[in-house]
Design a protein around this ligand. Sequence first.
Ligand code: ADP
Length: 256
Amino acid sequence: RVAPIDIGGLAPGMGNYYLLSFRDVSELRSIDRMRSDFVANASHELRTPLASLKGFIETIQGPARDDPKAQERFLGIMLDQATRMSRLVDDLLSLSRLELKSHIAPDQTVDLKPLIIHVSDALLPLAEELGVEIRLHLPEGRVDVLGDRDELIEVIENLIENACKYGQEGKFVDVFLKGGGRLPVEVNVIDKGPGIPAEHVPRLTERFYRVSVADSRSKKGTGLGLAIVKHILTRHRARLLVKSELGKGTEFTVRF
Ligand code: ADP
């Protein structure tokens, strides 16, 4: 409550009312810090493959100039690095687009059943390459939610792709779709991989967070996937739940 203070002026005797607005500067500072951390991380992630590309170009121009075999091998690595960079830029663009529309609630009626089938078909080549079988457990009828189709595809794709990549040893990835009508709609993506140590679970949706250095070396990824998933689900007023047991596997649940 702001008490009116009479400073004379426009309406003598009646007092003038000031509109005071308060800003919590500490929150703004912490957003500023997060933003600059993010720019630093993004720059670092882009600089690494760029430095490697530069190195290989110099080698091909110099010491490997007359060695077509080495050149071919280096070109393969360069293509991988360029692919990694474009994946990173795509993810960064996705994140910033999502931030721009975070206040708008999505309003398409989306049947999750064909969407899950579509995503799992698209991931078949990756699953085959990793030796994983994706098993779908879908109900009879439609399972509608209010949402944005493309964004929901991105969520399900990220979760199933992660289950295939990180749960590869478990051989099977199970996807369940449940609920609808009066029950909450849920999608569960379950792998039988090594699991995630409990102390990492709360940080999984942070940008660029990856559980182990080994993961970041051996598995293709940007560390932005679950950050994007979280943004999309927040916009959908849906939740992401994680259950993981070491040596047994991991279950990610999206609950609408
Ligand atoms: P990315 O896969 O690009 O590294 P994500 O944001 O999708 O990034 O995932 C962050 C990290 O969480 C991964 O690097 C991995 O360490 C861990 N992770 C995600 N899903 C699983 C899973 N199903 N099993 C084990 N670890 C996982």
